[in-house]
Every structure is written in structure tokens, then in C-alpha cells.
Write a protein that binds this ligand. Structure first.
Ligand SMILES: CC(C)(COP(=O)(O)OP(=O)(O)OC[C@H]1O[C@@H](n2cnc3c(N)ncnc32)[C@H](O)[C@@H]1OP(=O)(O)O)[C@@H](O)C(=O)NCCC(=O)NCCS
Length: 213
């Protein structure tokens, strides 16, 4: 039988959203790992049972999901994914009961597809991504490693979103557009041209506001 025991890594606001999704998908949440000062606290109905350093204690019994959020920087999410993998842990892939994921889509480990999101045919979501509430990923789109496609965002057909990119709430990419790795797209932006320079983009049409290294 499929292992549905789950340890959450990160006990902030995003953790609450993932708890709701994981419960809906039939996972049995065993507890949360967070920083030492939060051990003993609760997030919704679940206790913070230890710190990230205790990941190895759970690798034989449960799956893991990283539950820290990401807007400007995916570094903490990446670090925690690596810590789990280095300890021999297995990352879960979680799809909310109310999400629609095409049987022709591929979703990589460590990703969460949240309530009411739609992932259409021939989409590839590589690994460690957040596809947030009401986001729509259209046919043949490719979402790279550790991206966050935020609430109500629209990634249209054949788009490519580079690794570690944050795509803000209710932003839209028109068909076939590419965003290079490590970008931040502000909420409510319309991306009509390829974003070839790593940076923060916003507006309608979206333009480069700040270059990032
Ligand atoms: C893009 C973003 C990360 C920039 O944040 P920031 O670095 O703190 O930048 P600021 O808010 O100081 O904005 C700087 C300027 O950029 C422009 N700007 C920023 N975000 C913008 C947006 N979404 N649309 C249009 N212009 C925007 C504005 O001109 C702003 O100037 P102002 O201070 O005169 O208003 C932030 O605005 C944003 O959109 N965050 C995403 C929110 C979101 O989708 N959350 C969902 C989480 S699930």
C-alpha cells in the first residue's frame, strides 16, 4: 500500500495551506519540523515535533514535503529539499482533492498542487514546485525546478518558466512565452514578451524593474 505518512518541513503560513491540501489528498500528517524555538508549538491540529536536524529520524517511516513559502528567493526551499534527499528521505507529491491534473501531465517530486488548480495535458512540472490555489497551467507548458506559480495565475500554452521563478498572483503569460531562471513576476502582471534577464518584472505589459544577479 502507498505510504501516506507525511512530515512537513517548515511551520509558517504556507504550512497551513499545505496541511489543508495534504489532508484532502488522504495523507496522515505525523508532525512538523521547524526551528528550535518553535518546537512544541502547534500549526492547526499538528505539533512541531522537532527541528530540520531530525529529518534522518523519519526517513524510514514517512514521506516529506517542504512547507516554507517562496516569493523573492527559493534558496530556503532548495536547501530543505537537499537536506531531505541527502538524509535518504523521500519527497511526496501532493495533489489537492479539488485540483484537476491531466493524466497526460507530469509532476515531479516535492511539488504541491493546491486547491482548484488546473494542470492541463502535456504539462511538465519538474520538481519542488508550488502550484497555488486557482492557478491554471495550460497545455504543453513547462515549469522548472522550485518555482512558485501563485494564486490565480495563468500560464498559457507552450510557456516555459525557468527554475526558481516566482510568478505572482493573477499574473498572466501569453502563449509560448519564456521566463528565464530566478525571476520574480509581480502580482497582476501581463507577461507578453520573453523575460530573458534574471530580475523582478511587473506591470501590464510586464517590464524589468530590477536586475538580479
Ligand atoms: C514584485 C514584488 C515582489 C515586489 O516587491 P518589493 O520588492 O517589495 O517592491 P515594492 O513593493 O517596493 O515595489 C516597488 C515598485 O515596483 C512596482 N511594482 C511592484 N509590484 C508591482 C506589481 N505587482 N504590479 C505593478 N507594479 C509593481 C511599483 O512601481 C512599486 O513602486 P511604488 O512603491 O511606487 O508602488 C511585489 O510587489 C509582489 O507583486 N509580490 C507578489 C505578491 C503575491 O503574488 N503574493 C502571493 C503569494 S501566494
Amino acid at each position: 500500500m502507498e505510504n501516506k505518512k507525511l512530515i512537513l518541513v517548515g511551520g509558517g503560513g504556507h504550512c497551513k495551506s499545505v496541511i489543508d491540501v495534504a489532508e484532502s489528498a488522504g495523507f496522515q500528517i505525523q508532525g512538523i519540523l521547524d526551528v528550535p524555538e518553535n518546537v512544541g508549538n502547534k500549526v492547526l491540529d499538528y505539533s512541531i515535533i522537532g527541528t530540520d536536524d531530525q529529518i534522518p529520524d523519519f526517513v524510514n517511516d514517512a514521506l516529506f514535503i517542504v512547507t516554507v513559502g517562496h516569493i523573492k528567493d527559493a534558496a530556503l526551499r532548495i536547501k530543505l529539499h537537499k537536506k531531505i534527499v541527502d538524509a535518504g528521505g523521500t519527497l511526496a507529491t501532493i495533489v489537492a482533492s479539488t485540483a484537476h491534473v491531466s493524466k497526460y501531465a507530469q509532476i515531479g517530486e516535492g511539488s504541491v498542487i493546491m486547491h482548484q488548480a488546473v494542470v492541463n495535458a502535456d504539462v511538465i512540472i519538474v520538481r519542488g514546485c508550488i502550484i497555488n490555489i486557482f492557478a491554471n497551467i495550460e497545455h504543453d507548458a513547462r515549469i522548472g525546478d522550485y518555482c512558485h506559480i501563485s494564486t490565480g495565475a495563468m500560464v498559457n500554452g507552450n510557456c516555459k518558466v525557468g527554475n526558481e521563478t516566482f510568478f505572482g498572483s493573477q499574473s498572466v503569460m501569453v502563449n509560448g512565452i519564456e521566463i528565464t531562471a530566478g525571476c520574480v513576476i509581480g502580482a497582476g502582471s501581463l507577461v507578453r514578451k520573453n523575460a530573458t534577464q534574471k530580475g523582478i518584472y511587473s506591470g501590464n505589459p510586464a517590464t524589468l524593474k530590477i536586475k538580479l544577479q
